[in-house]
Structure formats: structure tokens, C-alpha cells
Design a protein. Structure first.
Lengths: 285, 267
């Protein structure tokens, strides 16, 4: 993040412990996220990713340190204020869906924010269009498939028009088509200038979509930087019990067999291009 | 160690470790019967004190009874307020809004409050001294079908799971701007639909998943089951059960003789 840009999220020496636990879930975290950034939090289970994310919408208040979101300290800002800034999509859509129709479900958030009916309808329409569910507006949400319900959960948060969207494990339980659909949706939302934060274990997703990656291990931030730079640091990933995307590992293995590949290849399309180039070079010595 | 939610307190007392869960169940039912046999606050108060003393002898601190006693005190207040309006026998002690408040009406009100207190205390001691596993095992030994026993222990085990789900659902709805603490009582009640709805659906989902997982592992494939913990009735157990039966019978005779009864015609 450039110093000239003021952050939309700032964590200042944040530590957090659950209850009487002596082991902190977060240990002296300092982090700044710029508006419009696309950040992935990665790390093994228990690394502190979800705890950190829950700090952003005030679900958790740090034991020490401060979390500043959109200029508001989460210690002081009320629920109403933070819900207008941070949208949070939880891992399991069934933990939030309750309405009789898709439309009502998407309208719930804007209604809670006290918006007028015209504005609610406008937002619902926009959110449903964005996720491609206009035709399902009157459908009972539990008749939808898992992927559609996940989309609905995203739409329900998008309709709140927050400048930050936190998505916990956006692709769990989704097939490839569902995963692509959700991730493209997040990209589209990000292009509108919103900050996207995803918490995931899926390194392929991180490599393909996130511009910045934060690696967490043992309640601390182990690495924080541009995704390509972080992904190329195998040692750091190893420390966090993570592995680069499969395609990167294939490429590394081939490099050991005489192929001249660059280190920063993380997607299948990049691999294809590099492999084509390498084969051409071999044919034309 | 009990699995899941229960108010069971694990202590090394004889009541916890040596008395059979069936005996404790019989003792609790006997206390319930005695509570219904008597109407006099003195007898009901004595029985309640006795139950608390049994609990204390099982290494349960008095503080554990406090929530029960606080709950019971509401029934005591309710009894004293309501019953004098219906019981008119006995000496008139006051007249309120043209209604004669009699000593028998007040005593009966106190007795009814104590009766609820006694029932709650006895059930509390039973639950605090009997682990859910032994409770289920006791019922199975008494002839409860094991599927019903499993349903019971599963229900207990599910409480913390459902509670964790509830926390997540509240977090998810709060993140969408839901503030259940704001608004009129009616609007607050309506807001709870956003929490109760997903909770019910998730509970059904969890139950279905558990049922499928158990079917997949062959649950119910054959009759007859074995238990990890075995229980056995001892001479002490039989002595306690005999004491309970005699106490209930004596109570019945006293009731028929009108001893411990304040108002005839009322239970």
C-alpha cells in the first residue's frame, strides 16, 4: 500500500485472546489495507485468519490494540456504523438465510440499515442482477442449490453496498463453475472500487484473484505483500504449512529437469504460455 | 466426563459415584410424590431443606442452588399473590380491594411456591449428581428402548452444537445490520425470526446429517447393545428405594388422614 493513500482498514498492534485462554488468537498484528484492494488471508487452521476478519466488523473487539475501519475505531463504533462499511459473507450461507423469498433475503440488510423502500428495491435489483439471480427473485431460498445459496448470501451483503466485503472461505462446497462464478462476482465488485478480503485455503484461488496476500501462522502475520511475491517465497509458505499452487509445483519439478521456467508462474494459462515458449526454444536451438 | 450440555457436577461423592442412577431417579420421583402429598409450608420447607442437604453432602456448593432458589422465589411470590384470591377459609388478616385475605390463603400460596421450589431443587440435585450418560444408561436398564435412549443423549450432546450455531447465526445477522436490542418489544420479537429461522433449519440439517452418518455406520443393524459403563444395584440402592417407597406410603396415609393439608379439595 502506498503511503500517500489513507487506509480503509488499519490494525494497530492488535492482540486478542478468547476467554481466559493464555494462547493469543492474534498476537501484535499491524496491518493497513487500502481502498479497492483485493487481499487474501491464508494460513492453516487456527492461524488466526477468521479471528482477524471478525475484528473488521466489530464481531470481536481486540483484547489490546485498535482496529480502525473507514475512520471508525471498532471499540467505539456501533453496529449500525460498521454494518454500513463492512459486509461479511460467512462460510455457510445457511447460517444467515431465513426469508421466504430470495428478494426478501436480499432486502433484509438494507431494511436493517433503515433505508427507504425505493432505495431498498433499487439495491435488491442491482444485487440480484450482479449475481444473475433476477429470475429467482420469488423463489424460496432453500429450494436453491448450494452454489446458488452461496451467491444469494453474497447478494444479500452486496445489497448493503458496503465499501469493504469480507468473505470467509468463498468457495467451500462449490464446484468449479460455482467457484468461478463467485470469484468473478467478487472481482466485479472489486472493480467498482470496493475492498475485498477473502479468507481461504485454496491457493489456486489466491494465485488467480488476489492482488495482495497475507500469510498467517501462529496468530501472527508471517508475510504480507503482492501475491506473486508471497507465492514465490516457498520457505515462508512452508513455515505456514502451505504449498504453492499445484501448477507452480509442476513447473518447479520441470525446472529441475532442464526446462528454463521463470519462478513466478501460478496459473494454468501462465504455465501453458511458458511451456509453449520452452518447447519452441527446444525445437529451435 | 459428560459429553455435551448438562448441569452435572463431577465430584467424587458417594451419591455421585456409588448410588445407581435408577435409585436416584426413584428418589426424585418419591420427592415429587411427597411434594404433591403435602400442602403445608412447614413440611414442604423441611423436605426442600433435606434435598439441599443431600446435595451439599454430595459436595455441591450452596451457590449451585442459588439460581434454582431465585427461580423458585418467583413462584413463591406468585403463589402468595394469586392463591389468597381463591382460598377464603381461615382467619381474615387483611382486606384488599374488597377481597378478604385469609391466613390459610397466604399459607397455601407459600406452600405452592415451596412445592415448585421443591420440585426444581429435587430435579436439580438429580441432574447435578447424575451424568447424562448414566442417566440414559439407567433408563435403558429400566426398559427404555435404546433408540429412545440414544435420542435422549443425542439431544443433550446437541445443545452446545446448536449453541455454537446460534452464535454464528447471530454474528452473521449482526453483520447485516440486525440489532435485536433496538425497537419496541414487538419489533424485537420479529427480529428474532432472523435468528430462529436459520437455527431451526440448521438443527434439522444437523439431525439429518447425524442420522445419515449413523445409518452408514450400521446403527440399528442388530438388536441388543453393550454399554461402555456398566451399572449395578447394590444393597444400599435397595435400602434407599425401600426408604423412598415407605416415605411416599406414609405421606399418602397422612394425606388421607388430613395431616399436612391446609385446604381440602385442592391438590
Amino acid at each position: 500500500m502506498s503511503n500517500s493513500q489513507s487506509p480503509i482498514i488499519e490494525m494497530r498492534d492488535v492482540s486478542h485472546s478468547y476467554g481466559e485462554s493464555k494462547t493469543p488468537a492474534l498476537d501484535h498484528i499491524n496491518l493497513r489495507i487500502a481502498p479497492g484492494d483485493f487481499v487474501a488471508f491464508i494460513g492453516q487452521n487456527g492461524a488466526g485468519k477468521t479471528t482477524l476478519a471478525k475484528m473488521l466488523n466489530g464481531t470481536l473487539i481486540p483484547t489490546s490494540g485498535d482496529v480502525i475501519v473507514g475512520g471508525h475505531n471498532t471499540r467505539e463504533a456501533g453496529l449500525d456504523v460498521l454494518a454500513r462499511i463492512v459486509g461479511f459473507v460467512y462460510q455457510n450461507p445457511d447460517q444467515q438465510i431465513f426469508s421466504k423469498t430470495v428478494r426478501d433475503e436480499v432486502a433484509f440488510g438494507p431494511r436493517c440499515l433503515g433505508l427507504d423502500q425505493a432505495e431498498i428495491e433499487k439495491r435488491v435489483r442491482h444485487a440480484l442482477e450482479l449475481v444473475g439471480m433476477e429470475k429467482d427473485a420469488e423463489t424460496y431460498p432453500f429450494l436453491l442449490g448450494r452454489g446458488q445459496r452461496q451467491k444469494l448470501a453474497v447478494a444479500a451483503v452486496i445489497s448493503m453496498s458496503t465499501s469493504i466485503l469480507v468473505v470467509d472461505e468463498p468457495t467451500t462446497g462449490l464446484d468449479l463453475r460455482g467457484t468461478r462464478s463467485i470469484m468473478n462476482l467478487l472481482c466485479q465488485w472489486n472493480q467498482e472500487g470496493r475492498s475485498i478480503i477473502i479468507i481461504t485455503h485454496d491457493m489456486n484461488i489466491v494465485a488467480e484473484y488476489a492482488r495482495r496476500t497475507v500469510v498467517m501462522a501462529g496468530s501472527r502475520i508471517l508475510a504480507d505483500g503482492p501475491t506473486r511475491q508471497v507465492m514465490a517465497d516457498v520457505e515462508i509458505l512452508k513455515q505456514a504449512f502451505l504449498e504453492p499452487p499445484q501448477i507452480t509445483r509442476v513447473m518447479n519439478a520441470l525446472r529441475g529437469r532442464g526446462f528454463q521456467f521463470p519462478k513466478n508462474v501460478f496459473t494454468v494459462s501462465e504455465f501453458y504460455e511458458e511451456f509453449k515458449k520452452a518447447l519452441t526454444e527446444r525445437r529451435e536451438p | 466426563m459428560p459429553v455435551g450440555y448438562s448441569i452435572y457436577v463431577d465430584t467424587p461423592s458417594s451419591i455421585h459415584q456409588k448410588v445407581d442412577p435408577r435409585t436416584k431417579l426413584v428418589a426424585m420421583i418419591a420427592i415429587f410424590a411427597l411434594a404433591m402429598e403435602f400442602q403445608h409450608p412447614l413440611i414442604l420447607g423441611l423436605l426442600m431443606t433435606m434435598v439441599i442437604l443431600v446435595g451439599i453432602s454430595a459436595h455441591l456448593s450452596f451457590m449451585r442452588f442459588l439460581p434454582i432458589l431465585i427461580g423458585a422465589s418467583w413462584f413463591l411470590i406468585l403463589g402468595v399473590v394469586i392463591w389468597p384470591a381463591y382460598i377464603h377459609q381461615g382467619r381474615v388478616v387483611a382486606t384488599l380491594f374488597g377481597l378478604n385475605i385469609t391466613s390459610d390463603g397466604l399459607l397455601f400460596g407459600v406452600a405452592m411456591g415451596l412445592r415448585v421450589g421443591l420440585l426444581l431443587t429435587a430435579a436439580g440435585v438429580w441432574m447435578m449428581t447424575t451424568s447424562p450418560q448414566k442417566m440414559t444408561l439407567g433408563l435403558l436398564k429400566m426398559g427404555l428402548p435404546y433408540k429412545a435412549g440414544l435420542t435422549m443423549s443425542t439431544a443433550i450432546r446437541f445443545v452446545p452444537l446448536i449453541n455454537a450455531e446460534r452464535t454464528k447465526i447471530i454474528e452473521a445477522q449482526r453483520a447485516r445490520g440486525l440489532n435485536v436490542g433496538r425497537g419496541s418489544p414487538l419489533s424485537r420479537l420479529r427480529k428474532y425470526v432472523a435468528i430462529i429461522g436459520p437455527m431451526v433449519l440448521r438443527s434439522v440439517d444437523l439431525a439429518e446429517m447425524l442420522a445419515t452418518a449413523m445409518d452408514a455406520r450400521g446403527f440399528g443393524a442388530r438388536d441388543g447393545i453393550t454399554a461402555i459403563t456398566e451399572i449395578e444395584m447394590t444393597a444400599w440402592d435397595w435400602a434407599i428405594i425401600a426408604f423412598c417407597v415407605i416415605a411416599v406410603l406414609i405421606g399418602l396415609v397422612l394425606r388421607l388422614l388430613g395431616i399436612g393439608v391446609i385446604v381440602k379439595g385442592f391438590v
